[in-house]
Design a protein around this ligand. Structure first.
Ligand code: BDP
Length: 698
């Protein structure tokens, strides 16, 4: 009812013919393997098929003459079937699976149990969409190895940048009490192929590495194991001092190295399939190897060496920007990391945010992608909407993810897509992965906004296959979650697919960025300029003055474009070829600069802000007639949230345009509505209790 089921919303098949078709083929399930994962499959099928077919499923161990669903690993298929499917079977790798309808049976096969689980979920999703079984053939192999959520959850159950309630990890009750949510969380993740979770905030507490907490983590790992999900932890670099009693955390100190080896051994003793560490070091005040004059390589390799005997990995974050280099924050991660290419151990992945600043509504792809041919680079996307209206605004993020993944780095000529860096094919990486900063909390519907569930779903689908289209993902998610009725799917999918562009328009059009209000990042604050570090201030990013607006990152400015391959740099450098969506990201332009539309930059800006507002209005109108297709509660939730989004889109338009007008000194374009309040009014708004701020930011 309240959206707790997520996209695993198994409804009775509506069309009677389809129902009959499914019943004849699927009511007896042949499963004779034994493992925790196989038990999980059985349970999911009992529920899923049971509800969708409105019957009881019978599990048998012999393949009958008549119709059935056969779920077996490739090695255990009867030779006849194995022979029929020979070609497909030869191509199933890793965690992949094959679903085939053959004669009067439907077969799910895989090399591993977890592949069978993934195949089962995919078949269930197929049925949820009411699709036919005839000639069914789905062969799908994940394109990346590490597909992880990053929870920015603190041990006190606050969630940094979390807008959906408290952390779902009830640390004080673990390990004794297993919340039923843990299993549903694992089901949801496994259903889209997510195979790992980092339980704790990157701004880490060393406490989670103490024995009492390791026990708690082990209890979670046990719930997740049948679903193919490994647990990872964030490792605070200074832990050897804070919980180990050492005098230093210098990564070249033998005592420190020994401490990490012992700690990692201790973890693996309790959690034999522990995944590894995620580390934020020397970034925003977090301790790291540079405190001791050492490099990221020294730090990462120290931990990687401790992990190696157990098969664990280290995900070392590249989100760094120093207080001493104030010319252009966008350049700093590249400058620090690219010279280290090739020096990391094999079990280290460098985790890079999608853009060079920080999860803005829109950023050009991070120049590190493609620039470190000898180092596995993981993508880090943010599902939680830190800079995108929290869980109040409807924004379908797979559109943003798709735009980044489909960007061409040109590192090996045309076609060197970011997606190929992420899946490791561009430079033949041995290991690959994608991380998503979770938007999950204790709210009944998990993600606060009912539509924010689609961002979790979509992240998982893209981590598995970075080449999927956002449109396909939206279609699937709507059908699984709500209904297959096209009178609903078509218009609502349209809202979703436009939503990212909409929010960019009313927040940061034409390449503007980081003009949110301070600290909490909610609402506009383009006037903020008094923070201790220059690059925390919005004025640093828009550089508006009487001459114009925008950040010059071409050779005449910070020359950040030089970090891209020649073709890309040339495109961005030339104001005529730079895509308008990135115009003010790369150029400082006069207010009367002519846009492609023929409008001046000033007018164009106002028109964009207005268009953002207009599209929220259209979404409201569309949603208003969707009541018949969704339950009352969700209908109302979305209706109210769109109402707030509309108000706030106007707030963004008015606050930004009034403020920028103090520089442009020009009247608003006639397409733009008159601001509802004065600039002073908008500047006076304060949000001392905005959610999502960890104690360290207070
Ligand atoms: C920024 C957030 C901050 C995070 C940081 C990070 O404002 O809360 O700790 O990123 O990713 O987006 O480490």
């Amino acid at each position: 009812q309240g959206g707790y089921e997520l996209w695993l919303n198994y409804r009775k098949t509506e069309n009677p013919e389809t129902l009959e078709h499914y019943r004849t083929h699927l009511l007896s399930v042949v499963m004779d393997e034994n493992s925790e994962t196989v038990d999980a499959i059985r349970e999911e099928l009992s529920t899923g098929l049971g509800l969708m077919l409105d019957s009881t499923v019978s599990f048998i161990s012999e393949i009958p003459e008549k119709n059935s669903l056969v779920i077996r690993k490739t090695e255990n298929l009867p030779s006849g079937l194995r022979n029929t499917l020979k070609k497909d079977i030869a191509t199933i790798e890793n965690d992949g699976f094959l679903i085939r309808a053959s004669g009067n049976t439907v077969i799910i096969t895989a090399r591993k149990d977890v592949g069978l689980l993934y195949g089962t979920f995919r078949l269930l999703h197929h049925l949820q969409q009411g699709l036919p079984l005839r000639n069914l053939r789905i062969l799908d192999i994940p394109k990346t190895d590490i597909r992880v959520l990053n929870h920015w959850d603190n041990l006190d159950r606050t969630v940094e940048r979390g807008y959906a309630g408290a952390s779902i990890w009830k640390w004080h009750r673990l390990p004794g009490y297993i919340d039923p949510r843990y299993k549903d969380y694992a089901r949801a993740n496994a259903s889209v192929g997510i195979n790992g979770t980092v339980l704790t905030n990157v701004n880490a507490s060393a406490l989670v590495l103490t024995p009492a907490y390791i026990e708690k983590v082990a209890a979670l790992a046990e719930v997740f194991r049948p679903y193919g999900i490994k647990v990872y932890l964030t490792a605070r670099f200074s832990a050897p001092m804070e919980i180990g009693g050492l005098q230093t955390a210098d990564p070249l100190d033998p005592g420190v190295r020994q401490w990490w080896r012992d700690k990692v051994d201790e973890i693996y003793k309790t959690i034999p399939d522990f995944g590894g560490f995620l580390v934020k070091a020397n970034s925003e005040g977090q301790p790291g190897p540079q405190n001791y004059g050492r490099s990221h390589v020294d730090g990462a390799n120290m931990m990687a060496e401790a992990m190696a005997p157990h098969g664990g990995i280290v995900m070392w974050r590249a989100f760094v920007y120093s207080e001493h280099d104030t010319t252009d924050r966008a350049k700093q991660a590249y400058n620090e990391f690219v010279p280290l290419d090739g020096k990391f151990m094999e079990n280290v992945l460098v985790q890079v945010k999608n853009g060079a600043i920080d999860f803005q509504p829109r950023e050009p792809f991070h120049p590190m992608f493609g620039a470190m041919p000898h180092t596995p680079l993981m993508m880090e996307f943010q599902m939680t909407q830190e800079y995108l209206g929290f869980s109040t605004h409807l924004v379908f993020l797979p559109k943003l993810y798709e735009e980044v993944l489909q960007s061409d780095t040109y590192r090996h000529g045309k076609g060197s897509l970011v997606a190929r860096v992420v899946d490791g094919t561009l430079d033949n990486k041995k290991i690959s992965g994608m991380a998503g900063v979770a938007n999950i909390g204790s709210d009944i519907n998990w993600t606060g906004h009912p539509f924010a569930q689609a961002n979790w779903y979509g992240f998982g689908r893209l981590a598995w296959d970075p080449y999927l289209s956002a449109s396909q993902i939206a279609d699937e998610w709507l059908r699984l979650t709500f209904t297959n009725d096209n009178n609903f799917i078509k218009p609502v999918k349209n809202i979703m697919l436009e939503s990212h562009e909409t929010v960019v328009d009313y927040m940061t059009p034409l390449g503007l960025h980081h003009i949110m209000d301070t600290g909490h990042h909610y609402g506009p604050g383009p006037w903020v300029g008094n923070l201790s570090r220059p690059e925390w201030n919005p004025v640093y990013y828009h550089k508006a003055d009487t001459a114009g607006i925008g950040f010059d990152r071409t050779p005449s400015g910070s020359n950040a474009t030089a970090q891209y391959a020649g073709e890309v740099a040339a495109t961005f450098n030339n104001v005529k070829t730079c895509p308008e969506k990135f115009l003010l990201w790369f150029h400082h332009l006069p207010w009367d600069y002519k846009l492609q539309s023929g409008n001046t930059l000033w007018d164009g800006l106002g028109i964009r802000y207005q268009e953002g507002v207009n599209r929220v209005r259209e979404a409201q109108k569309t949603w208003a007639v969707m009541e018949p297709y969704v339950n009352k509660q969700q209908f109302e939730e979305v209706r109210m949230l769109l109402g707030i989004q509309h108000e706030e889109a106007q707030w963004w338009r008015d606050a930004c345009m009034l403020y920028f007008q103090t520089f442009s000194k020009q009247p608003f374009p006639e397409e733009m509505e008159t601001p509802l309040h004065s600039l002073e009014y908008y500047r006076s708004l304060k949000f001392p209790y905005a959610p999502g701020i960890s104690p360290q930011w207070h």
